[in-house]
Design a protein around this ligand. Structure first.
Ligand code: FAD
Ligand code: DHB
Length: 392
């Protein structure tokens, strides 16, 4: 039996799409290369924009998020040893919620499985066929057995390194890309937060971020050289560097604790246009990447599939392909806003290896203006809390 929608990837994009389609009465099959426990434990993003929280509420996924998530009405920018508060509630009228990506993934998997959803973990050799036809097909292997799935629509939600984007013939996509001359070393630590809200720090030794997951667990990041060897960073060196870069006049040192997860994330801006080809629609990291400064990646992935779910429902239920045809253009407006914001935050807050003293003064001036001008602070606040999501 053909399935209406075949979804590659069980990250936030693929799982939420499957959930939204189910609520619209459309069944789908999700194919995921990794195991369930792997995707539920992968530590990544942690900030939900206000429109993302509204969306999760609307579709019945807000309970644990509101119980366990931390609502933050602002962030701190730290430079020259002083912290400056940007008040999102006052400037933009809404707040963000700190809730780990793997918690969103757990909630989505639980909801799909409770509703009898079909998620196939640990599949391999996924290949897409007949994307130019009305009946595309996905071939894959599961437990060593070859399998095939005929569908009407294929959603490529398989992240930056997935197979979907690579399945589009050469010459169709235009790629826009920027690589940054640094990476982030991220840790999760059993240590209570040292500040009620996130701290983004510009320091002469490099960027640092103090974030959190719960009243007992913090998430911290340090700017490091690209492709940094993590073995060069024993826990004591990480804490010493965090203490230096996040030191604030009049505030106690960070509370330290055992490191329970550690990794290096490369920094890249990347967009392909269009985000679709024939019956294949790309969503989330499969189509675009932002550097993590500003916490947009997961939010963009979920905004894409909100638009895609509405467009698929109109096509499969009303026979109208207008929203599907407009999918890429609709998403790219939001994508490029987030690309600009993430690039801007990254450029303002990191030390570039080739920067001269003039560049350093420009960055400091931009930071001072951002924290002292209500107009500039409002620009940061409304982009950070997130612009409304389009869609049905
Ligand atoms: P993903 O979450 O990548 O999901 C794609 C899924 O597809 C994965 O489960 C993958 O296993 C699966 N898959 C891949 N290939 C195949 C295949 N061939 N067949 C089947 N399945 C396949 N954003 C932030 O805002 N803040 C952060 O701190 C942050 N940290 C990050 C750290 C890392 C290491 C990475 C990689 C990303 C980080 N991001 C961060 C970005 C954010 O996590 C992503 O934007 C978000 O995960 C995008 O969701 P997605 O569903 O599009 O893709
Ligand atoms: C987190 C990650 C980010 O990229 C960011 O800008 C803020 C917070 C986090 O993992 O908590």
């Amino acid at each position: 039996m053909p399935v209406p929608v075949g979804i590659i990837g069980a990250g936030p994009a693929g799982l939420l799409l499957s959930h939204l389609l189910h609520r619209a009465g459309i069944e789908s099959v999700v194919l995921e290369a990794r195991s369930r426990s792997y995707v539920e434990q992968r530590v990544r993003a942690g900030v939900l924009e206000h429109p993302t929280v509204q969306l999760l509420d609307e579709v019945g996924l807000g309970d644990r998020l509101h119980r366990e998530g931390l609502r933050h009405g602002g962030i701190h920018l730290l430079f020259d040893g002083q912290r400056h508060h940007i008040d999102f509630t006052e400037l933009a009228g809404s707040a963000i919620t700190v809730y780990g990506q793997q918690e969103v993934v757990k909630d989505l998997i639980a909801a799909r499985l409770a509703a009898g959803g079909d998620i196939r973990f640990e599949v391999a050799d996924v290949e897409l066929h007949g994307l130019d036809t009305g009946r595309p097909r996905i071939s894959f292997t599961q437990d060593g057995q070859p399998e095939s799935l005929e569908c009407q629509i294929v959603a490529g939600c398989d992240g930056f390194h997935g197979v979907s984007r690579r399945s589009i013939p050469a010459g169709v996509l235009t790629a826009f890309e920027r690589e940054y001359p640094f990476a982030w070393l991220g840790i999760l630590a059993e240590a209570p937060p040292s500040s009620p809200e996130l701290i983004y720090a510009y320091h002469e030794r490099g960027f640092a971020l103090h974030s959190m997951r719960s009243p007992r667990v913090t998430r911290n990041y340090l700017q490091v050289p690209p492709d940094e060897d993590i073995s060069l960073w024993p826990d004591t060196r990480i804490w010493d560097e965090l203490q230096t870069r996040l030191a604030t006049a009049g505030e106690p040192a960070l509370t330290e604790g055992p490191v329970i997860d550690k990794g290096v994330t490369p920094m890249r801006s990347f967009v392909v246009e269009p985000m679709q080809h024939g019956r294949l629609f790309l969503a989330g990291d499969a189509a675009h990447i932002v550097p993590p400064t500003g916490a947009k990646g997961m939010n963009l992935a979920m905004a894409d599939v909100r638009v895609l779910a509405g467009a698929i429902a109109r096509f499969l239920q009303d026979g109208q392909d207008d929203l599907l045809r407009a999918y890429s253009d609709t998403c790219l407006r939001r994508v490029w806003r987030a690309e600009h914001f993430s690039w801007w935050m990254t450029s303002m807050l990191h030390c570039f290896p080739d920067a001269d003293p003039f560049q350093h003064q420009l960055q400091l001036s931009q930071l001072r203006y951002t924290v002292s001008s209500r107009a500039a602070a409002t620009t940061l606040a409304e982009n950070y809390v997130g612009l409304p999501i389009e869609g049905r």
